[in-house]
Design a binder for this molecule. Structure first.
Ligand code: CA2
Length: 152
């Protein structure tokens, strides 16, 4: 069974506890459970990791090579700043979908720039926790297309 890595960056451990008007009331545990359920429906499994540290996220991307068939990444604020994370994703060459709970393009100008987008298969933003489900579906379809099979 293929495994996906659900990787969340800084402050996303606070989901559900503060700023519900921006990020909703769903917790990171809720999101991880939703991801596990959707992955299982598609014949996949997940490992879930959150870190507030840029280097730990980079290490996780490096370690995913050969271990995970794909990555769902919400890099939080590192999205807008981290050339190092972009380089790690490019060098790991593991298919990756970028996710944001909020619509980063409808927010402050500094959130419009993503260093992740150029090295991702695609970007999903503005759909809250549903974005993670959509990202898993997109990765499943991509992996199926790579292996010549269709996904449901
Ligand atoms: O919309 C997203 O998912 C973001 O990646 C969230 C980041 C933000 O810096 C990005 O621009 C967009 C911030 C995550 C902070 O999460 C919190 C959750 C609850 C309370 C406080 C922060």
């Amino acid at each position: 069974m293929s495994k996906l890595l659900i990787l969340n960056g800084p402050n996303l451990n606070l989901l559900g506890t503060r700023q519900p008007e921006v990020y909703g009331r769903v917790t990171l545990d809720d999101i991880n459970a939703l991801c596990a359920k959707e992955a299982s429906r598609l014949g996949l499994s997940v490992d879930c990791l959150q870190s507030n540290h840029e280097g730990a996220l980079i290490d996780a991307v490096h370690a995913a090579r050969g271990q995970h068939a794909g990555i769902v990444l919400n890099a939080g604020a590192y999205t807008h700043t981290s050339v190092a994370l972009m380089d790690a994703i490019a060098s790991a060459a593991v298919p990756l979908v970028e996710v944001h709970l909020s619509n980063i393009h409808a927010r402050e100008a500094f959130r419009h720039k993503s260093y992740i987008a150029p090295v991702a298969l695609g970007q999903i933003c503005g759909f809250g926790a549903t974005g993670y489900i959509l990202a898993i579906q997109a990765l499943a379809a991509h992996l199926a297309a790579q292996s010549g099979k269709a996904s449901t």
